[in-house]
Ligand binder design. Structure first.
Ligand code: GDP
Length: 424
């Protein structure tokens, strides 16, 4: 059986915690897209961790963690992350890396920086982890698969060929130092030695695991609104953030994905540029940012302050629909206990007309939020274990959101720790 955990919004919905929690009942946990550009925050008995490339299941002794073929694999980053866990007393996790995963090259990171620098004010607000140049090269067919590291002759020939093109760009477009094939070869050989213990045909491994009746968890990064097709293009990421892509990025049949858990945050937050209809500013935003998440809403990878907003039912309903959500986990609800009333964005006004359907980006830019206000519950809900124990106005908020998004909310998270969850 395969379950997917994915985000309905802009990311940072708290997927890390839900994955960590559901990891306990899983055998295999797979990252299927993205790279080290987003982070999950996990709090467990070993402490507080921000994972960027490793799946959130690495804390369990019984799970196998897979870096799937769809991932942008930064090899030194992966090894550093494994080491940082072991250094803090976590037992060495069982990790497998797909032989078809492509390698984040040092120049992808450089090109990401140089391009953002060139764009200046028009930059994408990239985390500069090399993601966009990486996926561009993958689809331009000049990327490097992990398997290619193990064929020295092929590798050398390809490095020379690819650098020819890269050096033209470096010299004439960015006016930056050129790269040497010899140095890059040395780097790649060191990458080969670092990654070698983990490399295997992970699609075959998953095929066998499913045949044996194992439980597989697909762990998504970011959310629907950052998907290159269905998100707020062009302010999106460069690999699909949808559960459907889990089949490709892990190498499993699509019909195996039986349960799609969409993680939805009880208010909105976003990092980076892009349309955000229910965004709030000033003191109102500062207050929510300060109280939000676990110790404030600041990016897990970059430390940047997140943009804040009220719950957007239009974006979230669309987010759940495009994910094919079978259930929703509503997170960080505990943060909202200070509010007298809670605005929920229930429609977008575009050119004088109100719509409940999430539009294309050009129209989104013109959308104004239509709010409905719900009464606050004015107390701390942390520590409550039963749904019936939540204050009435809090349940009203949950049930209102559930009706708006049209997907059952089966889990409510009222604190950052693994056990702070109310099942309905
Ligand atoms: P992800 O990228 O979707 O995994 O999101 P992150 O883990 O980066 O961001 C979510 C933040 O909220 C982290 O700091 C979590 O520890 C925290 N968090 C998750 N669930 C809850 C919750 O129910 N309540 C509170 N207060 N914090 C939460």
């Amino acid at each position: 059986m395969v379950r997917a955990i994915v985000g309905a919004n802009w990311g940072d919905e708290g997927k890390g915690k839900i994955t960590d929690m559901l990891g306990e009942s899983s055998d295999v946990i797979v990252r299927f897209q993205g790279g080290s550009n987003a982070g999950h925050t996990i709090i467990n008995k070993y402490g507080k961790f921000a994972l960027h490339l490793l799946p959130s299941g690495v804390f369990y002794g019984h799970t196998t963690s897979i870096i799937g073929n769809g991932v942008a694999l930064n090899i030194p980053y992966l090894c550093g992350e494994i080491k940082s866990l072991v250094d803090r007393g976590v037992p060495k996790p069982k990790i497998l890396v797909s032989d078809r995963a492509q390698i984040m090259m040092p120049y992808h990171i450089l090109f990401d920086e140089y391009e953002e620098e060139r764009l200046g004010k028009k930059s994408f607000g990239s985390t500069k982890s090399g993601i966009a140049p990486f996926y561009s090269d993958k689809y331009a067919k000049i990327g490097f698969q992990v398997s290619e590291l193990f064929d020295g002759t092929l590798l050398k020939e390809k490095v020379e060929r690819v650098l020819e093109q890269k050096n033209i760009l470096l010299e004439h477009m960015y006016h930056k130092p050129k790269l040497s094939a010899g140095e890059l070869m040395e780097t790649l050989i060191s990458y080969r030695d670092m990654v070698a213990p983990y490399v295997t045909d992970t699609a075959l491994y998953l095929h066998d695991a499913l045949k044996e009746g194992k439980t597989v968890l697909l762990e998504g990064q970011l959310g629907t609104l950052k998907d290159p097709d269905f998100g707020i293009y062009p302010m999106v990421t460069s690999s699909s953030t949808l559960a459907a892509y889990g089949a490709i990025g892990a190498g499993i049949p699509p019909y195996e994905i039986k349960d799609i858990i969409c993680v939805v945050k009880a208010y909105s937050s976003a990092v980076g540029a892009g349309e955000f209809v229910s965004e709030i500013f000033g003191d109102e935003a500062d207050e929510l940012r300060k109280r939000g998440g676990d110790g404030g809403e600041f990016g897990a990878t970059t430390g940047r302050p997140r943009r804040m907003g009220w719950f957007d039912a239009v974006a979230t309903r669309y987010g759940c629909r495009m994910q094919g959500a079978t259930e929703v986990a509503l997170t960080v609800l505990d943060v909202l206990g200070y509010l007298d009333e809670l605005p929920v964005c229930v429609g977008y006004e575009i050119d004088g007309k109100v719509t409940k359907d999430f539009p294309v980006t050009a129209k989104l830019a013109k959308a104004k939020p239509v709010y409905e206000k719900l009464p606050g519950w004015k107390c701390d809900i942390r520590g409550i274990k039963e749904y019936a124990g939540l204050p009435e106005n809090c349940r009203r908020y949950i049930e209102f959101i559930e009706k708006e998004i049209g997907t059952p909310i089966t889990m409510v998270s009222n604190g950052p720790a693994r056990d702070e969850i109310i099942r309905r």
